[in-house]
Write a protein that binds this ligand. Structure first.
Ligand code: GLN
Length: 450
């Protein structure tokens, strides 16, 4: 029934919102029947059994098209599933389809997809955010019960904020990256987009696991459902002054400060503090992320899988034409930038310098977490921008990531939940940042606020 209800919603709304690259109607109905049988027999139970989920199209799904919203993977059907998807399937999840995203997760609006723009369900003139915009919009529009996204510099939290849903970027290493098509391997992390903090805890408990196929997987046995407690008495919350300054929309600022007041009234201790190094986070992030992307995307060469140009003269001409035709403009920009900062002669000046900045930012966060349990702030400087207003000025778009990227540079967990609407009726996202592997504190704080 749940699968049928979601498919009906997709039938009615998908033409307008375009949340999915692929909807697997037959596969989902068949799977739902199998799961129902197991539930009836008593061989399967649990909170996610039979619940329809949407998967961002950069996670491999066995036998189901996985494009990364790129032309270069337009015909790629994986022979295996990513570990997070396997964990969900073992819990009885029903995969409805694969959600639209910025090409290779590079972007903040989901407009760089090769498969059309996803629209924000709160207002179809606005973007849903990105890069997990299809996942966030699908949850907001009821086109799935919950979704998986990936977050390299904010791609779960920011679209969650723009679409008024809950999103969690877990600590680096909490969820296996096996089968997640890599963008920036030292930054990427899979996490849930869902309707409530409770769902967020349930899903994270299931997708996090020890996985020998990902050497960075840590394998803590999360029991976040135990942290669904309405109590923040004595909890120390810090608000970085640097997160409230220039560039922050005044309605967003008011909503964030009001949310902090709610937590204060419930017994938390709230104060402001300096986190001034975040000013350097954007250049450091875009240097490191582009460097890793340029290396990770080398594999798409038209040889083993994916798109291959129709006509070519020799091997090098085939590589060149395949990649020129297969990748979009933003991806090419990142590959060029990444190759440049890694090239001999510029490596020390850019890439190595960025790594040093990253280490200093991490030290500043470590210092903050010696005083505070949670860092609170906005997820983005504004609510969802209008479609078409961001792409012409990439630097402006990159600046919009200011509040989210440090979390990835430092491997920290970050949660975004709704905290009101602006005067245009668009959702505002509240971001809570915790120390590594302290998702339990984020869940408790978010649950108390919600
Ligand atoms: N907007 C950022 C970027 O384009 C973050 C994307 C992400 O988290 N995948 O790199």
């Amino acid at each position: 029934e749940a699968t049928e209800a979601v498919l009906k919603q997709i039938e009615e709304k998908e033409d307008t919102y375009n949340c999915y690259v692929t909807v697997d109607k037959e596969g989902a109905l068949k799977r739902a029947e199998e799961v129902q049988k197991k539930i009836d027999e008593g061989t399967l139970s649990g909170p996610l059994a039979g619940v329809p989920v949407a998967i961002k199209d950069n996670m491999c799904t066995k036998g189901l098209l996985t494009t990364c919203s790129s032309k270069i993977l337009g015909n790629f059907i994986p022979t295996f599933s990513s570990q997070a998807v396997i964990n969900l399937e073992e819990a009885g999840a029903v995969i409805i389809g694969k959600t639209n995203m910025d090409e290779f997760a590079m972007g903040s609006t989901s407009e760089t997809s090769a498969y059309g723009i996803t629209k924000n369900p709160w207002n179809v003139e606005n973007v849903p955010g990105g890069s997990s915009g299809g996942s966030a919009a699908a949850v907001a529009a009821g086109e799935c019960f919950y979704a998986l996204g990936s977050d390299t510099g904010g791609s779960i939290r920011q679209p969650a904020g723009y679409c008024g849903v809950v999103g969690l970027k877990p600590t680096y290493g909490a969820v296996s990256r096996y089968g997640l098509i890599a963008y920036g391997s030292s930054l990427d992390q899979i996490g849930p987009l869902c309707k409530s903090v409770k769902d967020c805890a349930v899903i994270t408990d299931i997708i996090s696991s020890k996985d020998t196929k990902d050497s960075t997987s840590v394998g803590l046995d999360y029991k976040l459902v135990d942290s669904l407690v309405d109590d923040v008495k004595g909890l120390k919350i810090g608000i970085p002054k640097d997160y409230l300054g220039e560039g922050l929309d005044s309605e967003v600022k008011d909503a964030i400060l009001k949310a902090a007041d709610v937590l204060k009234e419930k017994g938390a201790i709230v104060e402001e503090f300096d986190l001034s190094l975040v000013d350097y986070a954007i250049p450091a992030y875009y240097t490191i992320a582009a460097a890793e992307a340029s290396s990770n995307l080398e594999r798409f060469d038209g040889i083993k899988y994916g798109y291959r140009t129709a006509e070519f003269t020799d091997l090098h001409n085939m590589y060149k034409k395949t990649r020129s035709e297969g990748f979009g403009a933003e991806v090419k920009r990142r590959i060029m930038l990444g190759s440049f900062v890694l090239s001999s002669g510029y490596y020390d000046a850019y890439y190595l310098k960025a790594l040093k900045v990253k280490a200093l930012i991490k030290q500043e966060f470590d210092k903050a977490f010696s005083k505070y349990d949670v860092i609170l702030g906005p997820v983005a400087p504004t609510t969802a921008p209008k479609i078409g207003s961001s792409l012409s000025d990439p630097i402006k778009m990159y600046l919009g990531d200011i509040y989210t990227i440090s979390v990835n540079l430092c491997g920290l967990p970050g949660l975004c939940l709704p905290c009101g609407k602006d005067s245009n009726g668009l959702p505002i996202g509240l971001q809570l940042i915790g120390d590594c592997f302290k998702e339990d504190v984020l869940i408790r704080t978010a649950y108390t606020y919600e």
